[in-house]
Design a binder for this molecule. Structure first.
Ligand code: FAD
Length: 492
């Protein structure tokens, strides 16, 4: 007799959730139900597809859950996409892997299968590199089309940045994903098609053929209230509507802020915090206690438009080294929607290695949005930002910058000794790379199974035990690909 398929409920149809649902449903051994609180991303059209409109997504015109993260020296606002495709449907599309040393660090923590030699092939298999094709570092047949922004797609601010930094002698980098070429100045690879249109994980993985599979059910508008447990075994989920859905296995993919919130609502988290909210503790684990992010100041500039650039918000990128650390920061202009004939950009500097003590906790009640606190800045942060600021000051003296005619919109003298402190106080920004709230090690095993609870895994940015030295979306894809492989390989 044929065995009944293993029913997996994937909670959260975001960056990782779409990948996981598509990969698991390749096998008839699985029946997959994907539950997403938001709508199908196809229902939003141009605002999500056209990279020129991405800044609109960041100012409230896209389906998103906004959160203010409390911190020192300032609070910052971030969001997670609330739509099929999740944050990959509204992010900056930058497609970086991080460095081999990041993943070797995971393996050194005892997390088998997560060293660079393990994950590199997964990164390669996920992409269809439209510039480099198939090579030892790139793939030509994965679901994600990846290419570098062309010069005629850059905004004038990015052209000035690229040219100015090259004139200062920064090393030109053709492939930012090749650690051997760093540090230097280059162009972000982006997950866009040949016509410079965004390709979210929903578009790349949940193709019409995949959606037509009989063993895959996609339900949008499905807000999961809690994971149901029988003792120490997950039995399914309950939606806010009251509907129960049974499962042989539940995989939570709600992202770094909402995954810990859902686990805690379900009795999995720090016992003292759950007790304080009257929640019965099923597993006392340090959920929501170890969040990392890439943080830094973003100085505002304006210049005369019109802005002919057609590309996305983040194109030319300085990957810098300071303080003896190989790759320490990203510095780049983030262009914004033109305003009354004037174009705007933020000149951002983000440290790539910083503390992991940010938290996600309940608000007044477990039904309120989570309260998030930022990780603290490391004690040597000022010196490290200063190193990057010196390069930005030099850039402001170049012909390329002068030709752009940009004006800094505040009175901070970036060369002054207190410039870093003032910039952090006035212009602190999150790169929105929050990770690590349900890390492998303390909360999950190396197969992303929740310690002490059977039938429950997590697969998204929250599982990262340390933050990679690069943008985080592709890491979430890699994690989902690897967890799907592990689940397919696992005997039931
Ligand atoms: C403005 C911005 C720009 C960024 N730019 C870049 C970039 O250029 N490059 C890069 O690499 N990274 C970027 N990032 C970060 C990157 O996009 C994220 O790290 C990554 O996409 C997170 O993926 P995830 O799978 O962890 O979560 P998400 O993609 O956020 O998915 C979580 C999903 O779960 C759903 N969900 C949540 N709660 C529930 C519930 N209770 N029931 C059902 N569904 C639920 C959500 O609606 C969402 O669809 C950016 C982030 C932001 C906010």
């Amino acid at each position: 007799m044929r065995k009944r398929p293993h029913h997996v409920v994937v909670v959260g149809g975001g960056t990782a959730g779409c990948v996981l649902a598509a990969r698991l449903s390749e096998s008839s051994r699985f029946a997959v139900t994907l539950l997403e609180v938001g709508a199908d991303d196809s229902s939003y059209g141009e605002v999500l597809l056209d990279p020129r409109r991405t800044p609109e997504a960041w100012t409230g015109h896209a389906p998103a859950a906004f959160t203010v993260m409390q911190g020192v020296p300032a609070d910052v606002a971030v969001f997670q996409g609330r739509v099929l495709g999740g944050t990959s449907a509204a992010n900056g599309m930058a497609t970086l892997r991080g460095l081999p040393v990041d993943y070797d660090g995971w393996a050194a923590m005892g997390l088998d299968g997560w060293g660079w030699d393990d994950v590199a092939d997964t990164f390669i298999a996920a992409e269809r590199d439209l510039d480099f094709g198939s090579s030892s570092l790139h793939g030509d047949s994965g679901p994600l089309p990846v290419r570098r922004w062309r010069r005629n797609e850059h905004s004038r601010a990015h052209v000035a940045y690229l040219d100015g930094m090259l004139a200062l002698g920064e090393h030109p980098v053709a492939d930012i994903n090749d650690a051997g070429q760093l540090p230097g100045i280059g162009v972000f690879p982006a997950t866009i098609d040949g016509h410079a249109r965004r390709v979210s994980t929903s578009m790349a993985y949940l193709t019409p053929t995949v959606r037509a599979r009989e063993n895959l059910t996609i339900r949008t508008g499905s807000d999961v209230a809690a994971i149901t447990l029988d003792g120490r075994r997950a039995t399914g989920v309950v939606l806010r509507s009251g509907e129960h859905i049974d499962a042989d296995e539940v995989v939570v993919c709600c992202g770094t802020l909402w995954t810990p919130h859902l686990l805690m609502r379900s009795g999995i988290g720090p016992a003292d915090h759950l007790n304080a909210h009257g929640i019965t503790v099923a597993a006392d684990l340090p959920v929501g206690s170890t969040m990392s992010d890439h943080l830094g100041p973003a100085i505002p500039y304006v210049y005369d438009g019109p802005e002919p650039g057609t590309g996305g918000p983040a194109q030319a990128l300085l990957v810098g080294a300071s303080n003896g650390i190989d790759i320490d920061y990203h510095a780049f202009p983030i262009t914004a929607t033109p305003d009354a004939g004037r174009a705007r950009f933020l000149l951002a500097v983000f440290l790539l290695r910083s503390g992991g003590d940010g938290t996600v906790r309940f608000g007044s009640t477990p039904d309120d949005d989570p309260v998030v606190t930022l990780p603290s800045l490391p004690s040597d942060a000022h010196d490290r930002y200063r190193h990057a600021f010196d390069k930005l000051v030099a850039w402001q003296q170049t012909d390329a910058f002068n030709k752009l005619g940009a004006e800094q919109q505040d009175d901070i003298d970036l060369a002054a000794t207190d410039a870093v402190q003032q910039s952090l106080e006035r212009h602190l920004l999150s790169y929105a790379h929050m990770v690590g709230t349900c890390p492998m090690g303390p909360v999950l095993d190396a197969d992303c199974r929740v310690h002490g609870i059977d039938g429950l895994r997590v697969a998204d940015g929250s599982v990262m035990p340390t933050i990679p030295s690069g943008n985080t979306y592709l890491g979430c894809v890699m994690i989902a690909e690897r967890i799907a492989d592990k689940m397919k390989a696992s005997p039931r």
